[in-house]
Design a protein around this ligand. Structure first.
Ligand code: ARG
Length: 468
């Protein structure tokens, strides 16, 4: 038997939509993935209709059982989605009503406008929880890799020029911090998503005595004390997609962070740097050049940030200029949101997996870190400790660098006599400056890459990640 659309076109319309119009306006091809939340929302709404006396116990039970059976079929991929029924809401309701006549009462006091807002908020809540879990796992991978190579020092860079020595772990912990801010932003976004719009109807609520708070509680739209959280303006509730924009925006920033990390990985794995080696499982070869091993996973993480940023722009553009309240334009939110969530989830997961399968070339790192020029600033600090103003010290060390260059030596190869000739403040103890181990133990304020500081930060993060 053909399913009847629960939206009775026959009451008002002379005919069904033209085939091309139906194809253009359908959303079942992508919004089917809201099915579980749609059913949960319907179950809560039905329970509420029973509570306020609009559904008998028998009707409620029949709706509950039938929706349960439909849910099982959908999850077993045994459900036929019919594009003629437009979207996930109508597909499920039509099938429910076909099997259980009481289903015709389910849409009492409800519109697809508040229904879709509900489904989307519920779907996104779950998505945020699982994304934040993935972010934690990536932080764990960063901290793990840092701990494994906690003794490895590399040059820190500004302008992609060697600047000052840092522990490899310190560099990785920079990303751990960025990801923590991402995690916070998503948690924040969760709270603005976690407000129940059901009961707003199409635009203006309902004349029926719906118990919105009851539904909100059933669906977990509660504050930390367990009090229900419901939207406060029906017009806002059906047209608000701020929570989608917020998610897309936080995701865009997360994608940018991942892209920067990916770029470091690409650089580090190049022959020129050769700081790390990504295992074969997370690299690909070239179809032409047999020697190639390409960091494609990192490159695609970097590349995919483009579409996440694009999705944010699409969402903002979609909303800009939309008159109140619900407009069908809003259907365009889903593919952008789904794509954003998919892309950041997989990018976070794959970045973690890639790092778990990465080894550090300690020899190349150590050789690069031993570049004495990295300690030129330490040499200036040495003069400062001898009482020289920093500006002057900077100038003197500049002259030392020039002298070393002219003599074809590295900074640490200049003897004290040569240094003394440049400035009388230099003394025998200057050789200490170029002892990298000592140099690393001298940078010990909070946030600096000193030996004890980095160990402390690694321990701090291990504790945080273990607890979460
Ligand atoms: N598929 C629609 C969407 O995603 C559901 C809401 C439809 N509402 C309406 N008045 N046509 O936005």
């Amino acid at each position: 038997m053909k399913k009847q659309s629960p939206v009775s076109r026959s009451g008002r319309f002379g005919s069904g939509p033209a085939a091309d119009a139906a194809q253009f306006t359908e959303s079942i091809s992508f919004d089917w993935r809201l099915w579980e939340h749609d059913i949960l929302g319907s179950l809560a709404h039905a329970a509420m209709l029973h509570k306020i006396g609009l559904l008998s116990k028998t009707e409620l039970t029949s709706i509950q059982n039938t929706l349960g059976a439909i849910a099982k079929e959908i999850s077993a991929a045994n459900f036929h989605w019919d594009p003629a029924l437009e979207d996930v809401h109508m597909n499920i309701e039509a099938e429910l009503t076909r099997r259980a006549p009481a289903g015709a009462k389910l849409h009492t006091g409800r519109s697809r406008n508040d229904q879709v807002a509900l489904d989307l908020r519920m779907w996104l809540r779950d998505e945020i929880v699982s994304l934040n879990r993935e972010i934690r796992a990536l932080q764990f991978s960063l901290v793990n890799l840092g701990s494994k190579y906690s003794h490895v020092i590399i040059p820190g860079y500004t302008h992609v020029q060697r600047a000052q020595p840092v522990y490899f772990a310190h560099h990785l912990l920079a990303y751990t911090e960025m990801l923590e801010r991402d995690h916070d932003r998503f948690s924040d976004c969760f709270w603005r998503t976690n407000i129940c719009p059901l009961g707003s109807g199409a635009i203006a609520g309902s004349t029926l005595p719906l118990d919105r708070e009851f539904v909100a509680k059933l669906l977990g739209f509660v504050d930390t004390k367990g009090n229900p959280r419901v939207t406060q303006n029906s017009m806002d509730a059906v047209s608000d997609r701020d929570f989608v924009v917020e998610f897309c925006s936080s995701a865009a920033l997360l994608a940018v962070h991942l892209s920067r990390l990916a770029e470091d990985v690409v650089l580090w794995s190049s022959s020129e740097f050769s700081f790390i080696k990504i295992s074969d499982a997370y690299t690909t070869g070239s179809s032409l050049m047999p020697q190639k091993k390409n960091p494609d996973v990192a490159e695609l993480v970097r590349g995919k940030s483009g579409r996440v940023i694009g999705n944010l722009m699409a969402m903002l553009t979609l909303l800009k200029g939309l008159p109140m309240t619900y407009n069908r334009d809003l259907q365009e939110d889903k593919e952008r949101l789904f794509d954003t969530a998919n892309t950041v989830q997989s990018s976070v997961r794959l970045t973690a997996a890639m790092l778990d399968n990465t080894t550090v070339n300690e020899l190349t790192c150590n050789a690069a870190a031993r570049d004495a020029a990295l300690l030129a600033t330490d040499l200036a600090d040495y003069l400062v400790r001898k009482g020289m103003p920093f500006r002057q010290a900077h100038h003197v060390v500049g002259a030392v660098v020039g002298a070393a260059e002219r003599e074809g030596r590295t900074l640490d190869q200049l003897d004290v006599t040569t240094l003394k000739k440049i400035d009388a403040h230099f003394d025998k103890d200057v050789s200490d400056i170029f002892d990298l181990k000592k140099a690393m133990s001298r940078r010990e304020m909070t946030g600096a890459p000193g030996t004890r500081q980095v160990a402390k930060q690694l321990a701090r993060w291990q504790k945080i990640l273990r607890a979460s």
